[in-house]
Design a protein around this ligand. Structure first.
Ligand SMILES: Cc1cc2nc3c(=O)[nH]c(=O)nc-3n(C[C@H](O)[C@H](O)[C@H](O)COP(=O)(O)O)c2cc1C
Length: 185
């Protein structure tokens, strides 16, 4: 098995991070792998906002708390009520991906860019996790000031975000479904 395949199979969603920040070199490699992701007609309709500032991370966390509290899902509401609530599991870096709303492949393009960063993170011994709620905090024009602070370009919609940092613990492999493949020969 080659190293790329090993990395893909070894990557897990990390939900426990140490406070240690990524190095500038690590961050720059992650972003470069995102920029080199495939995109429909090579439009590269993405924008990446890297958040490492603790106050901004706190504002994002509180906005996500509101989303979870209004989700109608008891487990999410209970999680959001906790004093220690951290939507990104206290990861020191959050990368928000927003895509041009006019580009019909934008959502897929943004997702593969995120996955490139997750795999690159694993290959560098870092942890990562897709954090969905961050892409919901601007729905209906909410949190406009925060949107400005994150410098999301006009006409771009957040589609997802990734938490990145050093793993505080190794995650267990989540079970995989059987019978999801059809091979026609
Ligand atoms: C679109 C998408 C949204 C996700 N949102 C979250 C999330 O908000 N919080 C979280 O902890 N994990 C999130 N995950 C991670 C999944 O829960 C995880 O990938 C899945 O359970 C399989 O585990 P693994 O990544 O360790 O293989 C998300 C994954 C995807 C692809």
């Amino acid at each position: 098995m080659n190293e790329v395949v090993k990395t893909i199979l070894k990557r897990r969603s990390t939900r426990s991070f140490t406070p240690d920040q990524l190095t500038e070199e690590e961050l720059s490699v992650l972003l470069e792998t995102a920029r080199f992701a495939p995109s429909g007609m090579n439009r590269q309709p993405w924008h990446f906002t890297v958040v490492q500032n603790p106050e901004t991370l706190h504002r994002i966390n509180e906005a996500c708390r509101q989303v979870l509290l209004g989700s109608g899902v008891k487990a999410m509401e209970d999680r959001a009520k906790g004093n220690d609530f951290s939507i990104c599991y206290k990861a020191p870096t959050l990368i928000l991906v927003a895509v041009d709303e006019q580009v019909h492949t934008g959502r897929y393009d943004g997702a593969v860019a995120l996955e490139n960063m997750f795999l690159a993170a694993e290959s560098m011994g870092l942890g990562s996790c897709w954090i969905h709620a961050v892409s919901l905090i601007f729905n209906g024009g909410a949190n406009e000031a925060l949107r400005k602070e994150l410098q999301i370009p006009a006409g771009y919609a957040p589609i997802g975000s990734g938490a990145f940092g050093r793993k505080a613990a190794e995650a267990q492999a989540a079970p995989r479904k059987e019978n999801t493949i059809t091979i026609l020969k």
